[in-house]
Ligand binder design. Sequence first.
Ligand code: AKB
Length: 316
Amino acid sequence: MAGRILIIGACGQIGTELTLKLREIHGNEEVIASDIREGAAELMKSGPFEILNATDEPHIREIVEKYQIKEVYLMAAMLSATAEKAPMKAWDLNMDSLFHILNLGKEGKIEKIFWPSSIAVFGPTTPKDKTPQTIIMEPTTVYGISKQTGERWCAYYNRKYGVDVRSIRYPGIISYKTLPGGGTTDYAIEIFHEALKNSAYTSFLASDAALPMMYMDDAIKATVDIMEAPAEKIKVRSSYNLGAISFTPQILADEIRKHIKDFKISYEPDFRQAIAESWPSSIDDSVARQDWGWKHEYGLEKMTTTMLKGVEESLK
Ligand code: AKB
């Protein structure tokens, strides 16, 4: 690889594991982590780190120049539940940060960009089961609107200015190393912590709220794979559907009960239930599979056993 990599939002749930993976692949000094605040010790100690606000364009330019950055992963974003509480702040963060990076691509200062989209681009008028790559999208959340708009801008910068921007629509990502913040799918992580600590969990989504989900290792693999694929294989320049597992809180609770016999779940749906109801319950990702060979590894059973082991370790 010619040139270094910059991760913006490196201390978040996906950013942390992505940074560690990219450092493993390219070497610690080649991958510059940045975030608005410091993160996990493993990340802070393993390579260069810069405090960076994703909306601070001059500072982004300074860092890109300082480290001779050629690839940027823009992982900073305000997620669905938090964004509903601060719509304008979410819009500014999610959109401004994207424009800053796309413009660096347009000016030829960087060569490749990764920007995550989400299943939140879909809305209540989208068919819910096996939602196809190209279909009606009328998102009803601030986060979803920002991601849908971002997708259109990515496609525009690619078509108009030749910017090599690549994107996937992440489903809910499940992991134990770094906690997520402010998402609708966060219950699927909290449940493991509460199951191991208290053998009980109160879900903020209804028992039958089915959502597309994915274990972190698969999400990281997809991110690395799409960025490593030859440019001509990336035919969709808005964002690719990406699927793996689909389950409801009840199905997940039943799976956890196979390991923790006395685990109890109760349901107190809040405002996040309406968000979940507007999203797909499962995803058709055949286009990603066909174009750049996407394949997931973790099903419900493997994800559950891995999560229980990982969270148990982290609680020691
Ligand atoms: C959220 O719940 O907001 C995120 C997402 C699906 O993009 N995890």
